[in-house]
Design a protein around this ligand. Sequence first.
Ligand SMILES: [Zn+2]
Length: 343
Amino acid sequence: MAVGDCTRLVEKVVVRIRSWGTRQLSYAGRLVLVRAVLSQLHCFWSRIFIIPVTVIDRIERICRNYLWEGLDQYHKAPPMAWDNVCKDKKHRGLGIINCRQWNVAMIGKYVWWLVSKADHLWIKWVNHIYIKGQDWLTYHPTISSSWTWRKICQVKDQPSAGFNNGVWQSDQGIYTVSIGYQWLLGVQHKVPWVPLIWNHYNVPKHSIIGWLAIHKRLMTKDRLLRFGVLSDAICDMCLDHQEDHQHLLYGCAFSAQCWLSLQEWLGIKLPQNGILERGLKWRCRSLMRKQLVLSAIVGLVYHVWYARNICRLEQRLPRPSVIVAIVKKDIQARCNSMQLGVK
Ligand SMILES: [Zn+2]
C-alpha cells in the first residue's frame, strides 16, 4: 500500500471530522470521538495494511488538530506533544493509541508467525516465494520483492528483538498485538495523580483541564508572553500579579477565595499546596467520600480556569460562592447520572 493509495483513508478521516463539525464540544467530548472513531478507523486499516509513515503523520496531525481545536486545521502550537498524549492514562497520557507503534505491533504478528513457524497458509506462501529456507531473523528482501513484503521486512527488526530462540519474552512466551504494543512503548512509569485526574466521579471535561493543569499546560498568560503573543502577563482577575499556573489556581485572591468556599461546602481543610497535594494528601476513611472530594477539587480547577476565561473575554468575574455552587451542581449531576445520591 503506497502513499497514494492511502488518500482514501486520510479523506475518510477528514470527512468524518468535518461531519462532526462542532467546536462547541469540550476537549473530553472530542477525546472520546478521536479515541473511538479515528483510532479504530486507523487500527482497522493497519490490521490489513502497512500504512506509510507520511500517512500516519497526516492522520495524527488531523487527530491532534481536532482534539485541541475542533477542526482538521490548526495553526497554534498544541499544548502537549502527541507522543505524550498517546501514552496510557496511568502513564501521563490521554490514552489515545500510538498509531505508529500499533502498526509495528501488528507487523510483529507476522514476525511471530514466521519465528514460531506457525502452520499458516500465508507462512507457507512467503517461505516458498521469498524466504526459501533462509534464516528469517537475518533475512533481507530482494529489490524485486513486493512493496508490502519489503515493508514487513523493513520493520521486522523492532519486534524481532523481543523474541528469544523463537519464544516471545513474556510469561507465556506467546506474542499478541497488545503485548507487543506495550513492549514497543518501553518502560513507562505510573504517575501518582491517576486517582485524582481519572477518578470515576470526575466530570470528564473537568478531568482534561485538570490533566492540562497538572502538566502546567493551560495557556496561561505567562506562557503566551513567552510565545510573544502578549506584551504583559498581568492576571485579569486581580490585576495585581503575573498569571502563571501557581498564581491562577492557588495564589490569586479570587482562586484562594474559591478554595475557601469549597472547603466550607465540604466541611474539610485541605493541604495548602498544588492540586496534587490538595487531592492526594487529604486523608479520609471512606473511599467514596474521598473520591467525591477529589472530583470537587478537579471541578474547582476547571471552573477557576473557566472563570478566568470569562474574565478575559467579558471583563466580568463570578463570585467564588457561585463557582462552588456550579461545582456542586456538576458533581450532583454526575452522581445522578451514575445513580448515586449526593447532597
Ligand atoms: Zn490574580
